[in-house]
Design a protein around this ligand. Structure first.
Ligand SMILES: NC(=O)c1ccc[n+]([C@@H]2O[C@H](COP(=O)([O-])OP(=O)(O)OC[C@H]3O[C@@H](n4cnc5c(N)ncnc54)[C@H](O)[C@@H]3O)[C@@H](O)[C@H]2O)c1
Length: 270
């Protein structure tokens, strides 16, 4: 599926850690579609992960930035514009982390210092990024900004813990900031609510495989893979979706609109 629909477009991809990351697959899909980009991740991920291989493979620059740090974000946006000699057309925010999930703290017993850290990384970082892009006037008109969410923002998935609240906050930021970005700069801002996917962040959620199997049986089209998500993101960065904004777009094989499937009913037959 390579249609060069991003030919001439330049952007930033946050969050590629290893080859299972949704951002990694997205970088590969953007590359195939003719887009150019800067890869970025937190300093620790640059040291531990294999992102430099992806940079080589896609002929991209790599700039370290902690997405919670305004100075890092400003430097990243300046450097990116220097590299391309122009403003930016697309940005992917593919970042999530909960200390409470990592340390297996139950939702009823959350540690609030950990909650604050996870909220800053997973949700507020999106506001910080949008603010830097907005103030620096770094986006081209009809540019596109996408962040990744999960349906636990809207329905109860007990093991998703405080990430559910972070995703609800993230989706709200996309709408609220998207309003101003649309009005003032003609830039669109959306979140994609993706199927459960096996990645480093995904594996942190207790029982992810069970979620995945359940969602597979509930979704008429089956779960959306990381590659499917990458292709969807490419379409949202293209000129074919210029008037899509302020949306939380379900990319889940239909899961979000199914009450129960025949497969699940059969599992409970006497
Ligand atoms: N895997 C799933 O089941 C699933 C489902 C729906 C949505 N999502 C979302 O997709 C996005 C990408 O996650 P993934 O599943 O590809 O996992 P991943 O672990 O590959 O990606 C998470 C990324 O966040 C980065 N990150 C963490 N702290 C950071 C910081 N301070 N600054 C900059 N980057 C930082 C990590 O280094 C990593 O690259 C996340 O927002 C996640 O919540 C994942």
């Amino acid at each position: 599926m390579s249609h060069k629909i991003l030919e001439g477009k330049k952007g930033i991809v946050f969050g590629a850690l290893d080859s299972s990351s949704i951002a990694w697959k997205t970088a590969e899909a953007i590359h195939k579609s003719g887009g150019k980009f800067v890869l970025t991740n937190a300093p620790v991920a640059l040291r531990m992960g294999s992102i430099s291989e992806l940079a080589k493979q896609t002929n991209s620059s790599l700039i370290s930035a902690d997405a919670t740090n305004m100075d890092d974000l400003s430097n990243l946006i300046d450097e990116t514009q220097n590299i391309f000699g122009s403003k930016i057309d697309f940005v992917l925010h593919s970042i999530g982390m909960s200390v409470n999930v990592r340390k297996e703290k139950k939702y009823t017993e959350l540690n609030y210092d950990w909650l604050t850290k996870g909220w800053d990384v997973s949700a507020v970082s999106f506001h910080k990024l949008l603010q830097v892009l907005y103030k620096c006037d770094a986006m081209n008109q009809w540019g596109s900004i996408v962040a990744l969410s999960y349906i636990a923002s809207q329905r109860v998935f007990p093991n998703y813990n405080d990430m559910a609240d972070n995703k609800a906050y993230l989706e709200s930021i996309a709408r609220s900031f998207g309003y101003f970005f649309g009005k003032e700069k003609k830039v669109r801002v959306n979140t994609i609510s993706q199927s459960p996917t096996i990645t480093t962040a995904g594996k942190g959620v207790e029982g992810l495989n069970n979620f995945l199997n359940y969602a597979e049986k509930m979704s008429p089209l089956g779960n959306a893979s990381a590659e499917d998500c990458a292709n969807y993101i490419v379409s949202l960065f293209s000129d074919y979706t210029k008037k899509v904004s302020l949306q939380n777009l379900f990319h889940d094989g239909g899961f979000s609109n199914v009450g129960i499937s025949e497969e699940i009913i059969k599992m409970f037959s006497d």
